[in-house]
Design a protein around this ligand. Structure first.
Ligand code: PMV
Length: 300
């Protein structure tokens, strides 16, 4: 049955390991976080329009209209994710609008259809994304993602009990430009991309062993520096986190700005140290895995 209005929410994400390398067929591990984006749709006369949004971007309406018709829908967007910081605000938006539209139209939508449809807005935002961001947003929990010529291989993993602090570098990274930059530095940086691919397997094996996992994350950060996507600010934040007792730290997402994630035993000293250095920081929890096949599962 169709409806007059519908709302759906989807979580943001952090890439634990494997960003950029995932574009070239290596695996990546991503975690859904307990912050997200909600989309409310209402039928209305006239052209489809954004009526209220917690953030603005000229790509918003074109992105939404890869899912929505050009006429007849009013859109409200609420988000508590920092935008353009590698926490999956666009992926959460993409999944939420796909789910809200399915709910408005009274259609059940499983994961595969949701993932395929959410590529529409993601391509408007990011060019040719691997699809890892909106896979984990749609599935929740922890996901291993690998892009293959036959389509994505997406494996839900048990959610690890990790204590994570997120530090905002204060500037946004441009994912499309960063991915293009990495591409332009190949094949010279291929050994570093291959090393990231190997590291992802080690990270997966260490998900329940924080003392082993921490240094692997820091090594992932070093390799991301080698492929040219870290910045002096991100390197400085990683160093502050490690000095304050973090088990490991890395930029998360495309880099060039965005956030650093730090694996901690106790968030307090790390939060104190980065805040004293002038950065915004918060601890973040994981979002639970979404019940399979539930088109409305984001409604929480
Ligand atoms: O959305 P971001 O900024 O967290 O970056 C996405 C991850 C990349 O691996 C850099 C790109 C991709 O398409 O997977």
């Amino acid at each position: 049955m169709t409806r007059e209005s519908a709302r759906a929410r989807a979580p943001g994400k952090l890439i634990l390991s494997g960003e950029h390398a995932v574009v070239y067929g290596h695996p990546a591990l991503a975690l859904a976080v307990d912050r997200g984006t909600a989309v409310t749709l209402r039928r209305r006369p006239g052209p489809t329009a954004i009526e209220r949004a917690d953030f603005t971007d000229p790509r918003l309406l074109p992105g939404l209209c890869t899912v929505l018709p050009e006429h007849g829908v009013g859109v409200e967007i609420e988000s508590d994710l920092p935008v353009g910081r590698g926490m999956g605000s666009s992926a959460a938006l993409a999944v939420a609008v796909v789910r809200a539209w399915a709910a408005l139209e009274g259609q059940a939508m499983g994961f595969a259809e949701t993932h395929a449809a959410a590529f529409g807005p993601e391509r408007v935002f990011h060019g040719d994304p691997s699809g890892v961001d909106h896979a984990v947003s749609a599935l929740g929990g922890c996901v291993r993602y690998r892009k293959t010529p036959a389509g994505p291989e997406i494996t839900p993993l048990p959610s690890p009990a990790l204590r994570l602090v997120v530090v905002d570098s204060g500037s946004a990274g441009d994912t499309g430009a960063l991915v293009a930059g990495v591409r332009s530095r190949r094949p010279g940086i291929d050994p570093a991309l291959d090393a990231i691919g190997v590291l992802v397997g080690q990270v997966e094996a260490a998900l329940d062993a924080p003392a082993v996992l921490g240094p692997l994350l820091t090594e992932n950060h070093r390799l991301l520096g080698q492929i040219g996507v870290s910045t002096p600010v991100l390197d400085a934040i990683v160093a502050i986190c490690l000095r304050a007792g973090a088990l490991g730290a890395k930029l998360a997402g495309a880099g060039g700005g965005g956030v650093v994630l730090a694996l901690v035993e106790d968030p307090a000293p790390v939060l104190r140290a980065v805040r004293a250095a002038g950065y915004t920081a918060f601890d973040v929890g994981t979002a639970p895995a979404t019940p399979a096949g539930d088109a409305h599962a984001g409604d929480r």
